[in-house]
Ligand binder design. Structure first.
Ligand code: COA
Ligand code: AMP
Length: 633
């Protein structure tokens, strides 16, 4: 094991030789000569002239190296009562054949394929099949409704959609096909074909000529070989919420991503080939992309793909059962999941029923790890609890305790130190570095390490404006926080209109669009407020049109239903409050940041541009009356 300070120092003082060395751990078709260069937009690109195939690295390579019989994927589905172990050889064959099926449907290198699937192994097969032929996948989380799906279809313009007849949420069957059909109906750029995995819980009706049955397609397809792609060719697009209602397509390239996945698996997570790693997330989120599918497989590990919840499938011992059953070495999930377990089993009595001796580390990300959950985990399980911070944009952790390099003592509330490759700084709003302990904007000095986004799909201007323009030479993370005197990073929350519900990221603008579409609404503001279980939940402050009278309960029911219908149940709109006016600047901009601060119990200064200072006091009185004011930390 090396030393963190040396490893980090080299990564920022000489990034090219640092990443050249890490790139050597992969089996490239053509090893890159150009390590760091700039593209036509002046954006740093890694390994530009290298050639590889990500599915080859994740599958065929391991079969060639003698890992064919090792389990690649452990599928565990308490909601269907199914368990399945899939070897590297079997997975390679499934992927190669589905890739052949996609080719049959006319999918070629560079074409997009949208994947809208529940947590079944076929979701991973679908992603890898795209990677195998150089097609670009875009996975859409199964909890999103038809409208959100349509928006992504129109932006990615996929040739084919891969989906399933249903997902299963606890004991509810969620039929996917009607949602997909509706999305295609409203989309401007519909796909040519859909391939549907029929699950025994629900049979979807297929549209002759457009839709194919997954198994039938595979049965008439031949396996195809891996297509070499350039390191800078996109592997996938993953849509995430920005500050507006329109999601942005984060682009991930093949080469930088593969290097980052391989490096992080050993350096951050200390997981070696053959060991069992479990990211209890969903393939629809970045954690699922990176640590259910790509990193464990590229590293020759066994990954657990779990179709269930931390609680009620069937109880709060579900995570511990899986860990003991498969000798999981490290689990990675969101703090919300553990808060849910702690709520139902505060003494962790269910955990004591299982042999957890294989478990060496618990990793958390997706939202701030609150100190009570941190302490509960550490005291109950007596293993290191590692909070690490990252974003869809980076694809892997920006700050972490590097368990495979040099584990450091942790501090509750801190994601520990910047990961090698990430030059983290804290700047004030005018772009000046702040002193240790002072909160500011968390930024990353460019170049960012391999794996981070090079652009937003078909929208370089949005990439430039949203991430690079505010502080020249830096990437703006959108999170605020501070570095303490010892260099520990504390991430305190978003500084923009992005919120985090149960580890899922949403834009308040996206929810506002739906709320504002209600016929009685003149104006609205959505903000995230603290929630003990989910971290944050959205509330809507609504100003009705003149003359409208709708009682608050009816309005609430209608809006919750609209948000569920248009975005998805997972948003969990919590409360709707009617207000007489919204705090605004004289130019008409709603002062959401100030409203957020009031709800968080933080001090705020009344902006000099405010139109009517009394409106802020009204909000404060409302929050007080409704018990929404959080105690300041
Ligand atoms: N497809 C369809 N619907 C989905 C869905 C999916 N993939 N995921 C969630 N939903 C629905 C749920 O069924 C629920 O609907 P309901 O209101 O009709 O019951 C709603 O969205 C909210 O779901 P969820 O956020 O899961 O809340 P919950 O109260 O059912 O469960 C937790 C609470 C804490 C158990 C759950 O939020 C959880 O497991 N969180 C961890 C999240 C996580 O792992 N994030 C990964 C980031 S690394
Ligand atoms: P996503 O892109 O969905 O992964 O969400 C990224 C956002 O989640 C970040 O910008 C943070 O606001 C939040 N986040 C992720 N991990 C952490 C963490 N360990 N601590 C605090 N916030 C986090």
């Amino acid at each position: 094991m090396s030393n963190y300070a040396e490893e980090y120092g080299q990564s920022v003082s000489d990034p090219e030789s640092f990443w050249l060395d890490k790139a050597q751990a992969l089996s490239w078709f053509k090893f890159p000569q150009q390590i760091l260069s700039q593209d036509e937009n002046g954006i740093d690109r890694w390994f530009a002239d290298g050639e590889l195939n990500t599915a080859y690295l994740a599958l065929d390579y391991h079969v060639e190296q003698g890992r064919g019989d090792q389990t690649a994927v452990l599928y565990d589905s308490p909601v269907t009562g199914t368990k399945r172990a899939i070897s590297y050889r079997e997975l390679t064959s499934q992927v190669a054949t589905l890739a052949g099926g996609l080719k049959k449907l006319g999918v070629n290198k560079g074409d997009r394929v949208l994947i809208y699937m529940p947590m079944v192994p076929e979701a991973a097969v679908a992603m890898l099949a795209c990677a195998r032929i150089g097609a670009i996948h875009s996975v859409v989380f199964g909890g999103f409704a038809a409208h959100e799906l349509a928006v992504r279809i129109d932006d990615a313009q996929p040739k084919v959609v891969l989906s399933a007849s249903c997902g299963i949420e606890m004991d509810k069957i969620i039929e996917y096909k009607p949602l997909l059909d509706k999305a295609i109906e409203v989309a401007q750029c519909p796909p040519q074909h859909c391939v549907i995995l029929q699950r025994e819980q629900c049979q979807a009706s297929l549209l002759q000529g457009r839709d194919y049955d997954w198994h039938k397609l595979v049965s008439i397809s031949e396996p195809v070989a891996c297509t070499p792609v350039k390191a800078t060719d996109p592997l996938y697009i993953l849509y995430t919420s920005g500050t507006t209602g329109t999601p942005k397509g984060i682009v991930r390239d093949n080469g930088g991503h593969a290097v980052a996945m391989k490096y992080s698996m050993s350096a951050i997570y200390d997981i070696q080939p053959g060991e069992v790693f479990w990211a209890a997330s969903d393939v629809g989120w970045v954690v699922g992309h990176s640590y259910i599918v790509y990193a464990p497989l590229i590293s020759g590990c066994t990954t657990v793909l779990y179709e269930g919840k931390p609680v009620r499938t069937p109880d709060a011992g579900a995570f511990w059962r899986v860990i003991s059953e498969y000798a999981v070495k490290a689990i990675f999930s969101a703090p919300t999941a553990f808060r849910a377990i702690k709520k139902e089993d505060p003494q962790a009595e269910l955990a004591r029923q299982y042999d957890l001796s294989s478990l060496e580390v618990i990793y958390l990300a997706g939202e701030r790890l609150d100190p009570p959950t941190y302490h509960w985990l550490q005291e109950t399980f007596q293993v290191p609890v590692v909070d690490h911070w990252w974003q869809t944009e980076t694809g892997w952790a920006i700050a972490a305790n590097m368990m495979g390099v040099e584990p450091k003592p942790t501090k509750p509330g801190s994601a520990t130190f910047p990961v090698p490759g990430y030059h983290v700084q804290i700047l004030d709003d005018t772009g000046h570095p702040v002193a240790a302990g002072v909160q500011g904007n968390i930024v990353l000095k460019r170049p960012m390490p391999p794996g981070c986004l090079p652009t937003v799909w078909r929208n370089f201007d949005r990439f430039q404006a949203g991430y690079l323009a505010d502080f020249p030479g830096f990437y703006l993370s959108g999170d605020g926080g501070y570095l303490d005197e010892e260099g520990y990073l504390f991430v305190m929350g978003r500084t923009d209109d992005v919120m985090n519900v149960a580890g899922h990221r949403f834009s308040t603008g996206q929810i506002e669009e739906v709320v504002a579409s209600h016929s009685g609404v003149a104006e609205c503001a959505v903000i995230g407020i603290h929630n003990d279980l989910k971290g944050q939940v959205p509330i809507a402050l609504v100003l009705l049109k003149d003359g409208e009278t709708i009682d608050e309960d009816t309005l609430q029911q209608e809006m919750v239903a609209m948000v569920r219908r248009d975005i998805g149940a997972v948003v969990c709109l919590h409360q709707v409050y009617q207000v007489k006016r919204l705090p605004k600047t004289r130019s008409g901009k709603i002062l959401r940041k100030v409203i957020r601060k009031i709800a968080a119990g933080e001090s705020y200064t009344t902006p000099s541009t405010i139109d009517d200072p009394e409106s802020l006091r009204e909000i404060e009185t409302l929050f007080q009356a409704k018990g929404l004011l959080q105690q300041s930390a």
